[in-house]
Design a protein around this ligand. Structure first.
Ligand SMILES: *Cc1c(COP(=O)(O)O)cnc(C)c1O
Length: 379
């Protein structure tokens, strides 16, 4: 699904030198590399504050702690996503409220959010799934109207742009009150271990978060708030500094691969290619809204599971993100959830399949993958 070894060849010298230097100085935690990366990412994203932390799940949790959300507060998020999002909501004894998603973009459905808002609702957590922003115009409008926080889970869409209705562009993760991301190795900006970060333009919140990631300490051994231990280590920061200047090129390589996939599939019955929010189906060359963390097809003739078995036989990796909706996961069962409220998610889990997607895919691989998929689904 990903080819991190090949990508390493392009940054090998810089990474090896930086890591050797960290070994020499032994500044494994809180070394100068962490501050440097923080500044570089702030500049890249055009956001006032980046707070590095241990991983993307912690980033979400700490963001919610920093906003002062309290037990019983309702937090609305998508049913069709990775469990980390709902996990931290539940862990903090907040009340997760799962809602359905949009069948074209796979992102949280605006009408479903609106329907789920109650006097107890305190926040919305849009997940920018598979590499493109949820409808942030509508989400910010709803949040302003109902006085809610917006926490963007940007683990899959770092580098993506959101174009507002008025034409203004802003980086994914920097639009809501706070945003989070993950540097898990297979994410679009991946470290060589765990890592994550929180983004905000709010000075006060940034100060709170910086203490929270480090045991609630603002002055050594003075613990002003309950915090956690969640740090990005120096080696991961050095790897990320080597990769960040290449992030836009990485995004473009993913888009180019997505365009080739979609060109091959676009006229095929029973195969639906991913749509971008711009409506260009990922095949327009100027699109910067989607960074294709995943390239996800819908197989509409019931052959998805058979296709998975066939691809396995042909040694083509593939994945189903996600096979079980969160509202049916044992840990998050709630009698409020009715199957009829999740028609889109319930259908997507039967139809979606993600194909290999990374920065090193070549034309030969894409041709082999697309002809194998088409031959089986429509053969
Ligand atoms: C990967 C991911 C996370 C969690 O990130 P980790 O760094 O693995 O903790 C959270 N949300 C989404 C949508 C993700 O894809």
């Amino acid at each position: 699904m990903v080819d991190l070894g090949q990508q390493y060849q392009g940054i090998k010298e810089q990474v090896n030198t930086a890591i050797a230097e960290i070994m020499q100085t032994s500044a494994f935690i809180n070394g100068p590399q962490v501050k440097a990366f923080q500044k570089e990412l702030e500049d890249y994203l055009g956001v006032k504050h980046v707070i590095p932390c241990g991983n993307g799940t912690d980033a979400l949790q700490i963001a919610m702690m920093g906003l002062g959300l309290e037990p019983g507060d309702e937090v609305i998020t998508a049913d069709f996503t990775f469990a980390a999002t709902v996990e931290v909501i539940a862990l903090l004894r907040l009340t997760p409220v799962l809602v359905d998603v949009n069948p074209d973009t796979f992102n949280i459905d605006i009408a479903a959010i609106e329907k789920a808002i109650t006097p107890k609702t305190k926040a919305i957590v849009p997940v920018h799934l598979f590499g493109q922003c949820a409808d942030m115009d509508a989400i910010m409008e709803l949040a302003n109207k109902h006085n809610l926080y917006v926490i963007e889970d940007n683990a899959q869409a770092i580098g993506a742009n959101h174009t507002f209705k008025d034409g203004r562009k802003q980086k994914a993760g920097t639009i809501g009150h706070v945003g989070s991301t993950s540097f898990f190795p297979s994410k679009n900006l991946g470290a060589y271990g765990d890592g994550g970060a929180i983004f905000t333009n709010d000075d006060g919140l940034a100060h709170t978060l910086r203490g929270m990631v480090n045991h609630g300490m603002y002055k050594r051994y003075h613990h002003d708030v309950i915090g956690v231990n969640s740090r990005l280590d120096s080696m991961q920061a050095a790897v990320l500094s080597a990769k960040l200047p290449k992030l836009d090129a990485y995004c473009n390589a993913r888009r180019a691969a997505a365009r080739k996939y979609s060109e091959a599939f676009k006229d095929e019955p029973n195969i639906v290619v991913p749509k971008t929010v711009n409506g260009c189906e990922g095949i327009c060359s100027s699109c910067d809204c989607h960074v294709f963390h995943q390239y996800t097809l819908k197989i509409t003739n019931g052959k998805r599971d058979a296709l998975i078995a066939h691809l396995k036989e042909k040694e083509i990796p593939c994945g189903v993100y996600y096979p079980i909706p969160l509202h049916r996961q044992k840990a998050y069962l709630d009698e409020r959830y009715k199957e009829a409220d999740f028609p889109v998610t319930n259908q997507l889990i039967q139809e979606v399949i993600s194909l290999p997607m990374h920065t090193e895919l070549d034309d030969e691989q894409i041709a082999y993958i697309t002809s194998t998929v088409i031959g089986f689904v429509n053969g």
